[in-house]
Design a protein around this ligand. Structure first.
Ligand code: MTE
Length: 325
């Protein structure tokens, strides 16, 4: 099976294909009814904990209605404002990067059977309170808020969306990382029955892994998102829980997280392993540092032909510049 590699690099649909192609070559080289009423009853009720399994059994539509009773839409945090219009929801939901499902932007076509509840996240490594945490319980414990953020993909497109979620900081406070922890390592589900590309492109360094320094993870901006556009995340956006670090290129915002580990050493990550000169571990948005094959000086807003100047740290310098001095 060969991956088609375009000669002329367009910075969007095929931006990462060559890296994947090289990854494969490298591999070959090395290896010759609850209904709404229940939702309302759940609001603020401890019974949610016992109902997780029951909700999981509901058809998607009813489950969404039930869940919207307690988490969505969430109150908007007024600190985070936008300098541009919100991206249309359909546009944002039909132009996704989620390589486990598809190496093209048509991820929405593959997510129908993606079962995201119940869902747990394993917390491990250098941490005082390791364990397996249920996502619904985390939502209930921390509460969620809506934040309007820009997201800038390394492929030079951008969007502006309302995420719903809780700050990573709340999770850190709960699980108490050891002082020896220097990095947080995030992993996406590895399940070849769920993600067809983990079989088709088996040579890629699955599971998709990303990492942050502890200071980055604790930054006010760092969000664990569970929703978007006022409802729970659809599969293509990384249901049921994903990272959002809006000052970094979008590939750092890992989707469908099942594991968070605290480590002393910088972890190998998916894109950095495949293309270290293209996808640095830190990867803060920077108009002055071009990708080896295209400029990062401007970006295209999804759903429009408008090009905007790329902002350093994607415009979030007031929150994060201090991390890098
Ligand atoms: N997370 C996983 N697990 N797999 C992926 O392929 N793609 C990343 C990131 N998170 C990706 C991922 C990239 S390249 C981008 S730009 C964003 O998700 C896109 O997020 P969106 O589809 O919600 O816009």
């Amino acid at each position: 099976m060969f991956i088609k590699v375009k000669k002329a690099w367009d910075t969007e649909s095929s931006a990462t294909d060559e890296v994947i192609y090289r990854g494969r070559r490298e591999f070959l080289r090395k290896s010759a009814g609850y209904g709404i009423a229940a939702g309302v009853a759940l609001y603020g009720a401890d019974t949610l904990f016992g109902l997780s399994e029951a909700l999981a059994a509901l058809p998607v539509k009813e489950r969404k209605a039930a869940l919207s009773g307690y988490a969505y839409p969430a109150p908007r945090n007024p600190i985070f404002t936008l300098d541009r219009p919100l991206t249309d929801e359909t546009v944002a939901g039909r132009y996704n990067n989620f390589y486990e499902f598809s190496s093209r932007k048509n991820v929405y076509k593959y997510v129908d059977g993606f079962k995201t509840r119940p869902w747990t996240v394993k917390i491990s490594g250098l941490v005082r309170k390791p364990g397996v945490y249920d996502v619904e319980k985390l939502i209930k414990k921390f509460g969620v808020e809506e934040r309007l953020y820009r997201l800038r993909c390394v492929e030079a497109w951008a969007m502006a969306v309302p995420w719903t979620g809780f700050p990573m900081r709340k999770l850190l406070d709960m699980v108490e990382p050891e002082s020896s922890a220097k990095y947080v390592v995030f992993k996406t589900l590895y399940d070849r029955k769920v993600f067809r590309q983990q079989t088709i492109r088996f040579w890629l360094p699955w599971p998709y892994t990303e990492g942050l320094t502890m200071a980055e993870a604790a930054n006010e901006l760092t969000l664990l998102a569970t929703g978007i556009y006022g409802h729970e995340l659809p599969g293509q956006h990384g249901a049921p829980i994903r990272l959002v670090t809006p000052w970094k290129y979008g590939f750092k915002s890992i989707k469908s997280i099942v594991s968070i580990e605290f480590a002393e050493k910088q972890p190998p990550t998916f894109w950095n392993t495949l293309g270290p000169s293209e996808y640095a571990f830190t990867s803060n948005v920077d108009p002055e540092v071009p990708h080896p094959r295209w400029s990062q000086a401007t970006e295209r807003m999804l759903g429009s032909k408008e090009r905007r100047k790329t902002l350093k740290y994607n415009g979030y310098g007031e929150f994060v510049a201090g991390l890098y001095r």
